[in-house]
Structures are given as C-alpha cells and as structure tokens.
Design a protein around this ligand. Structure first.
Ligand code: KG4
Ligand code: ZN
Length: 340
C-alpha cells in the first residue's frame, strides 16, 4: 500500500444509474447512486430518457460524493470513469464529464471496463471481508451480461463462457413482466420466491455447448406456461405467484450452477466469485454457500451495495490502474461493446 493518499473520484453512467464514489487508497469514503425511476412506467430502460437523466444527475451526484467524503476537488488524485460496455448515450455523459473534470483539475484520467469493475468490487478495502486470491473464477450476472471469467490478475481476465442470447437478469426481468410485476422484476421474483415452493412447477433447462448460456428459450417457456394456465384459470398467476417465482428462480439458479460446476471441473480452480446485479439474489448466494459445504469450493459473494451498478467498483478498478500508472488520454471514446 502506498504511503501517500490516493483519492480516486469515480463516475459510473453506463445504464440507468448515475453514480459517483470517492475512494482513498482503495477504501470507500463515499458511494452515491441516483437510480432513475423514470423507466419504471415503461417496463425497461429507455435509452434517451437515461441519457437525459444522467445529464440532470451527474453534477449533484458528484458534489454529494465529494461532500460526503469530505474531500476537496483539489485533493482528488485522478478521475476514473466507465468507458463501456453500456448504452452509448449514457456512457457519453460520464465520459465527457470525466474528461472535462480531469482536464480542468489537471489530474490523470482513467478508463474502466464496467464488467471488469463488477469483478474488481471484490477488492474494495473492507474490514471483515476476505479478498479472492488469483487465479479465481468470476461469474458476472447482470441485466446486460452473463459470463464466466477466468481472472488471473487485476486486469488479466479471460471470458471462458457467456450467454449466446439474453442475459440472466433479462430472464428474471422478462419473466417478472409476464407475471405482471414492475421493472426491474428480478428483486421481486427473489422476494416472492422466498415463500414459495421451488419444485411446484417445472421449467426446461436449455442445452448449450461448453460453458455458454442461453436464456431466450426460458423466457418463452414461462410465457407459454402462463398463457396456458391462465386460459384455464384467469387468476392462476395471482393464486400461485410465490410458487411460480420460486420455480423460476430455482430453474435459473440451476442453469447457472450447472455451468459453474463445469467450469470448476474444466479449470481445476475452485475459488469462485459472483458479481453484477443478479449476485444480490438470495438463491445464488445460498447455492454458493452450499457449494462450499458440499464440494469444498471457496466462494466470494459481494456486499449488497456493490452488486448492482455503482461507482465504488469503478473506483477500485481505477485505483489499481492508478498504481500501474495506466492512464487514458483525452482522445479516449466511450465503447458500447467494450470487450476485455
Ligand atoms: O449489474 P446491474 O445493476 O446492471 C447491469 O449492468 O445490467 O444488474 C441489474 C439486474 C436486473 O436485471 C435486476 O433485475 C437484477 O440485476 N437483480 C436481481 C436481483 N437484484 C437485482 N435479479 C434477481 N434477484 C435479485 N435479488
Ligand atoms: Zn452492471
């Protein structure tokens, strides 16, 4: 750890959360998220509305983060920002803002890959929180991604499996929509699932080669199931909501765990971390706890506030790039499909 104080101001604007965080030597001083509620009424994120809301929120969110951290702008060592992947209009707001601020304050600019940052959230300095050791496997499960990543070092990551269509978060959100639940439905399915019978209804698991995933057929299976049952009983969903949610969650977690088991077997690495919005799910958290007991895996589950989109994760990625002096220049552009 360096003996000087390295203060990173981090900005995240890849989707529908405008977020800013301040970290000192990898420790969080402030982590502010403004969640855009405007999308709820549309049942999903509306890109143009997201960009506009980022423009409204970005200045107050950054002010709030600096105030909470009790850090003056002149004491910030570098600006880290999400370069991608994400919605182009949303990314442009954060990218342009970060460039201007870095230029105005005459401090380094650091570009961060959002998916790497979800994984690096495990390295935020926290008391009573063990960090993974390299190499480990990370399963990134969010509204936009589903990947299994072999992590050899902070920025040495290889995607060894990923979805060929929908992301797992979409499977949760689209299933929820079919059940008449508001967006984002993932947390609601989780909530109802906790009181339901996971084996009440059976949904098919896709057959996909290797370590890849597929969720588009699952969503269709849920749709046909609900259409069929409501034909017989229009109140079917209301009467069975908890059992349906539990069965959906059970199947999705089963799909994720099957591939994770395969990845552990193929790589011989049994240190497993999860990251991204869906890692807040109680079912996947429990499945990993069980895997530790049953198969001797060592599992790492992030704190709730670092699961869904946040700037703290951008800040920790930025901090490790700062230590390597890996800075961006002002010609850097946002990348909606930013692979690593
Ligand atoms: O990482 P994230 O905030 O944004 C993306 O980068 O996509 O992930 C959002 C996704 C949404 O699909 C949301 O429904 C899902 O994470 N999610 C959950 C839970 N909490 C958030 N899905 C299932 N169970 C949860 N508890
Ligand atoms: Zn994310």
């Amino acid at each position: 750890m360096p003996n000087q104080k390295i203060n990173i101001l981090a900005i995240e604007s890849s989707c529908d959360d405008t977020a800013a965080a301040v970290l000192c030597n990898g420790k969080i001083l402030a982590n502010i998220v403004a969640t855009q509620e405007v999308h709820q009424q549309y049942g999903g994120v509306v890109p143009e509305l997201a960009s506009r809301a980022h423009q409204q929120n970005i200045v107050p969110v950054i002010h709030q983060a600096l105030a909470k951290a009790n850090i003056d702008k002149k004491d910030v060592s570098a600006i880290a920002f999400t370069r991608g992947p994400g919605l182009m209009g949303s990314l442009l707001v954060g990218t342009s803002f970060a460039k201007s601020l870095s230029m105005g304050l005459n401090i380094p600019l650091i570009e961060v890959n959002h998916m790497q940052a979800h994984i690096l959230a495990h390295f935020i300095e926290e008391e009573d929180f063990e960090k993974p050791e390299f190499p480990f496997l990370a399963m990134t499960i969010s509204g936009g991604h589903t990947q299994i990543v072999l992590v050899s070092d902070y920025f040495k990551m290889e995607v060894i499996g990923e979805t060929i269509d929908d992301a797992v978060g979409e499977a949760f959100d689209k299933s929820a929509k079919i059940l008449g639940l508001p967006y984002p439905g993932g947390p609601l399915i989780d909530k109802y699932a906790q009181e339901g019978d996971p084996k009440a209804f059976k949904f098919p698991k896709p057959k996909v080669d290797g370590l890849n995933f597929s969720f588009s057929g699952f969503k269709t299976a849920v749709l046909y199931f609900v259409q069929r049952e409501t034909k017989n009983d229009p109140e079917f969903v209301e009467k069975n909501l908890k059992d349906i949610c539990a069965s959906i969650q059970y199947t999705i977690i089963g799909i994720l765990m099957d591939k994770l088991k395969k990845a552990v077997k193929e790589t011989g690495i049994n240190q497993v971390a999860i990251a991204g919005g869906v890692s807040a799910n109680s079912g996947i958290r429990k499945a990993l706890k069980d895997a530790e007991k049953k198969w001797g895996w060592k599992c790492y589950v992030p704190k709730f506030e670092y699961t869904t989109d946040n700037a703290a994760m951008i800040g920790i990625a930025g901090y490790h790039k700062f230590l390597k002096k890996d800075f961006a220049d002002f010609s850097v552009t946002a990348q909606s499909r930013y692979k690593f």
